[in-house]
Design a protein around this ligand. Structure first.
Ligand SMILES: Cc1cc2nc3c(=O)[nH]c(=O)nc-3n(C[C@H](O)[C@H](O)[C@H](O)COP(=O)(O)O)c2cc1C
Length: 131
């Protein structure tokens, strides 16, 4: 039942970092995102996946964890996420498309839970400009 899936879809902040999540699994979650509603059908959201230790480490350094726990820097080595799906928005496709990201994030989280994974939506991200 959908209610069971939604109830199981809780926030995790410690992970089995050694657990490999395949590119195929991540692409299946993005395929769910592709099927969700899109403002004016603009399809402005784009996705970047990461499931390698090197890329994961770069992403981890940009994230903010559990704002309610200011003394906690997030999961330690060995308990960090083994994969990420980064949601990007192509603003050139029009304004007000950022409302789509939450719908897509929850849909992908539900898909992840159905696959037996747990995750965390992370809005606090301080990406450094390239170069
Ligand atoms: C849009 C959005 C952004 C969030 N950003 C963060 C974040 O940057 N860091 C974090 O640790 N948790 C983040 N969360 C997770 C929430 O803190 C979490 O959903 C909330 O505490 C409820 O926990 P539960 O999902 O286990 O019920 C975010 C959740 C949402 C919906």
């Amino acid at each position: 039942m959908l209610k069971d899936l939604v109830s199981k879809c809780r926030t995790y902040r410690r992970f089995y970092q050694e657990c490999q999540i395949s590119k195929e699994d991540l692409l299946e979650l993005i395929d769910l995102a592709r099927l969700t509603a899109s403002t004016a059908n603009s399809q402005a959201l784009k996705f970047k996946i990461s499931n390698t230790p090197e890329e994961n480490a770069l992403i981890f350094d940009t994230l903010g964890w559990a704002g309610a726990l200011p003394d906690w820097d997030g999961p330690g080595e060995g308990e960090r996420p083994s994969a990420y799906i980064i949601i990007l928005c192509d603003l050139s496709l029009g304004k007000n498309k950022l409302t789509d990201d939450g719908i897509v994030a929850q849909t992908m989280m539900l898909g992840a839970v159905e696959k037996g994974y747990g995750g965390c939506m992370l809005g606090k991200c301080t990406a450094k400009p390239a170069g």
